[in-house]
Every structure is written in C-alpha cells, then in structure tokens.
Design a protein around this ligand. Structure first.
Ligand SMILES: CC(C)(COP(=O)([O-])OP(=O)([O-])OC[C@H]1O[C@@H](n2cnc3c(N)ncnc32)[C@H](O)[C@@H]1OP(=O)([O-])[O-])[C@@H](O)C(=O)NCCC(=O)NCCSC(=O)C[C@@](C)(O)CC(=O)[O-]
Length: 351
C-alpha cells in the first residue's frame, strides 16, 4: 500500500500532506500557476447528472425535446459522462417518464458515456428492450442502481428497506453484467437522513461494500440533503475507506448549505477522483424534502482551475448551456460562477 493510501485510510485530512505538489522551482514565481501544464495534473472524472438528478425534481414535466437538447449541448460543451435519465416508476417520479424517448433521440457522441438510473428488475427489463431494439447503435452505455444508508430514506424513495433493496439490486446487477452492461452504484443520505437524522457512517461503509461486491464498478456517495461540510465529509470518507478502495468511490454533493464545492474539494484531497455535479446546480431528490440541487458543474470546473486537478468540459461553453437551461425552465441559476460570468459578460458588452 502506498504511503498516500495508508495516510488516507488512517485519516483523510492527512492526505492533504501527501497530495502531489509542484516542484519548488515552479512555485518560485508568484505569477506562474503552480500547476500550469496538463502533464502535472491529476485527472478527475465528472459525472454530469443534470439531465437526471437535475430535472427529476422540477415542478413541471420537461418535454423530452428539451432534455434531448440539454444532453446534446452538454456533450458539445465537453461533458464526458452524462446521466441521461431514469427508468423508474412514472407514478413515483413523473418527470422521468419520457426517458426511453430521450435516450433514443439524443446524439450519441463518441467518447461520451451515457448512463441511466434503474431501480429494479422492471427498469432493467425496459433498458434491455431498448437495447435489443437498437443493436447497432445502443443508446446507453451503462446503468446506475441506487440504495441508501438508512431504512427510512430507502423506504421513502423505493418502498423497501436497505436490506431488501440490496437483495433486489443484486439481481439487477447480476443480470446487467451478464448482458455486458456496466453498473454504477449510489448510496444516498451518507451524512444525514431527512427522516432519521444523523447517519451512522458504518452503514455507508457497509452498504458501499455490498454494492461493490455485487459488481458495481464504482459507488457514488450521496450527500442527498446537502448538510455535510468538509469535516463531516472527511469523517464519513475516513470510515468508508475502511472497507472500500478509494479509487472505486465517487462524491455526490448537494449544495443545500452552500458546501458543495468545499465538500468536493475535501473529497479530492482525501483521494476521490470522481465527482458528480449538475449543470446550473439543478436538481434534488423528490424524496429529500428541503434539499436543493447538486453542486454546479461550472462551480467545480472553476474551483479546479489552477489546481493540481484537471477535469473535462469547457467552462465558458457550459456556462452558455447553463444559462440556456435555466431560462428554458424559468428558474434562477444556482451557480455562483454562472452569475459572476454572466455579470462580467454584461459589463464587457457595455464597455
Ligand atoms: C422502485 C419503485 C418502482 C418501487 O415502487 P412500488 O410501488 O413498490 O413498485 P411495484 O413493483 O409495486 O410497482 C408499482 C407500479 O409501478 C410500476 N413499476 C415498477 N417499477 C417500474 C419501473 N422501473 N419502471 C416503470 N414502472 C415501474 C409497476 O409496473 C406497477 O405499475 P401498475 O401495475 O401499478 O400500473 C419506486 O419506488 C420507484 O420508482 N422509485 C424511484 C424513486 C426515484 O426515482 N427517486 C429519485 C432517484 S434516487 C436519487 O435521486 C438519489 C441519487 C441517486 O441522486 C443520489 C443522492 O443524491 O442521494
């Protein structure tokens, strides 16, 4: 085990001390970014969840053509992994009802991975039908399954306890893998649960391990309520790393308390290399009352500028997409970076 992994396992905060540093020579000039060449950078994968997590909580149902345009625009702006929708029950989440139409109408860009959320065997069956109907141009590349760290949330979100959900997801994952479909996993409410309060991080650790053991290639740790801060996120990761390899974990931070960027950076410092985010900070879970959207993709990209990390996506192009979708939805844009860039563009137009 490398010293970095040992340090991270013992204490996430220690990993700050073992993060790659630029050479002292390059640090010596204050005007030169310490991490200015691509070769120095540590790649970070960004999973753009806007078309799914972002739109599932909108008050009105968004027409499929708008979702398609959003996905296409995101691909053009450089997003490399896009969660395009979900095959959940339309009775539970009507906003995701048109996902089959969306994924068969969107452009499938080379180099971009498209995933959809699946809650149960019925959802997987629907995905398999779709793939069978498009054998030469599969509209999606992988699925994501989801459970939670608490029974209360799992019951509210999927009508089963965590143990029951893991049993049913094991069947879904086995079948998907047999069909050659990669599976990502999510654990919701890793910090606090809207129904049962503070979460025991040992549950996060154990549920994550079960998802990885059943065959998920990666598990995304969801601060669904957005109540975490860098300290609680570090503590949660410290416990979760106890049974799970850091390279198979991702951070999924809602921005309810404005901690999304700070929590994402804390996760990177702790060794996580995959972050979920949502264009314009759209979204929220319909079964997490009071929680706002994910951390905005644009805020993450801005935070990573001049850092040791690199992430795909053209910030200016994503800001354009973000302004477009928030206007389409008739809602405020939650990204501070978008607000600042829009104001700067306005000032520049006037001078
Ligand atoms: C899991 C169920 C289906 C159980 O719901 P249930 O009511 O227990 O299911 P059921 O098996 O009794 O079926 C009820 C009806 O739904 C149908 N049905 C059943 N399954 C499907 C399906 N897949 N697709 C389409 N239809 C389906 C089924 O055919 C039946 O139709 P009926 O006979 O009444 O006409 C339901 O609870 C559900 O769909 N929940 C999903 C809720 C959801 O999507 N939440 C948001 C996503 S998770 C999230 O946002 C968190 C995350 C991932 O972002 C990370 C984080 O931030 O924490």
């Amino acid at each position: 085990m490398s010293p970095g992994v040992v340090a991270r396992t013992l204490c996430p905060a220690l990993s700050m001390l073992v993060s790659p540093r630029p050479s002292l020579a390059r640090l010596s000039h204050p005007l030169v970014s310490a991490y200015s060449t691509a070769a120095d950078k540590i790649p970070v994968k960004i999973v753009e969840v806007g078309p799914r997590d972002g739109l599932q909580n909108e008050k009105t149902v968004i027409p499929p053509r708008v979702k398609v345009e959003l996905i296409n625009r995101l691909g053009l702006a450089g997003s490399k992994v896009i969660e395009a929708g979900s095959f959940v029950s339309p009775k539970w989440v009507p906003q995701m009802a048109g996902t089959a139409e969306v994924v068969t109408s969107m452009d499938k860009r080379p180099g971009v991975t498209y995933q959809v959320l699946v809650p149960n065997e019925k959802g997987l069956e629907n995905v398999l039908h779709l793939l069978a109907a498009h054998p030469f141009k599969p509209p999606i590349d992988e699925i994501a399954v989801f459970t939670a760290a608490t029974d209360a949330f799992s019951l509210a979100n999927t009508n089963v306890t965590v143990a029951e959900s893991l049993k049913r997801l094991a069947r879904v994952v086995r079948r998907a893998l047999e069909k050659g479909i990669r599976v990502r996993g999510y654990v919701s409410v890793v910090i606090t649960c809207p129904y049962s309060g503070k979460v025991d991080y040992k549950n996060v650790r154990d549920v994550t391990k079960e998802l990885l053991d059943m065959g998920c290639y990666e598990v995304s740790l969801g601060d669904t309520t957005g109540t975490g801060n860098p300290t609680s996120v570090g503590d949660m990761l410290g416990v979760t790393f106890g049974a799970n390899p850091v390279e198979r974990l991702a951070g999924h931070f809602h921005d309810t308390f404005g901690m999304g960027v700070a929590n994402s950076m804390a996760a990177l410092s702790a060794g996580i290399r995959t972050l979920d985010s949502s264009i314009g900070g759209l979204g929220g879970c319909p079964y997490s009352p009071g929680a706002t959207g994910n951390v905005a993709t644009e805020d993450i990209l801005y935070a990573l500028q001049d850092s040791p990390y690199s992430a795909p996506g053209d910030l200016n192009a994503l800001v354009d997409v973000s302004i477009w979708i928030s206007e389409k939805l008739g809602r405020d844009n939650s990204s501070r970076v978008v607000k600042a860039i829009r104001a700067r563009r306005e000032r520049e137009r006037q001078t």
